[in-house]
Design a binder for this molecule. Sequence first.
Ligand code: CA
Length: 226
Amino acid sequence: MRVLLVEDNLRLSTLVRRGLENDGFTVDGVGTISDAEVAIRTAPYDVVILDLGLPDGDGLDLLRDMRAGGSHIPVLVLTARDGVNDRVKGLNAGADDYLLKPFAVEELTARLRALLRRPDGALGLSLTVGNVVFDTSAREVRVDNQLIKISKKEMGVLEQLMRRAGRVVPKDTLESKLYGFDDEVSANSLEANVSRLRKRLASVNASVNIHTLRGVGYLLSDSDEA
Ligand code: CA
């Protein structure tokens, strides 16, 4: 899941980013409204974390513009401002949730997961294809009820493919979900991750296949289904 973090306090931003990345999120951080606008136009975010007091304006204005422009990306507002008025204003502007500073990063990740589960059924807690079960909340993958260990990127690939099992997932969709602006994406990095994941799944007799559609993308299918 790819997150845009809009926060100008570098210390807080670094802390949040580290926490979210540990929890399996891909995070892009920006510190101004104008950078956030560019990022939102450029990448497919699953959720935006938005500070209100930003150097070039009020985060609520960005939120209003997003909603006015038809964007439905869930937005969680971070604010040090207290009081009912600010909350009401934020919710009126289209915020999906609120977190008052200071907060624990664990609280933030729990709220994000709740937000990501909300919009539609596809974002369920647990994904199952064949004998593979992916718990998107605990970030655990089980094959035949046995926990398997895979890297965060491999887990990201598997999650995207399982969410769209039976359908082709384009390469650039996968790359944009898995790699933040700061990550170096070498030419075969996605291929390398898919290849390791495929081997790992085969080694534990997972009943899924990952098909490569050369130049297009990948498709995960249940190998037991005729
Ligand atoms: Ca601020």
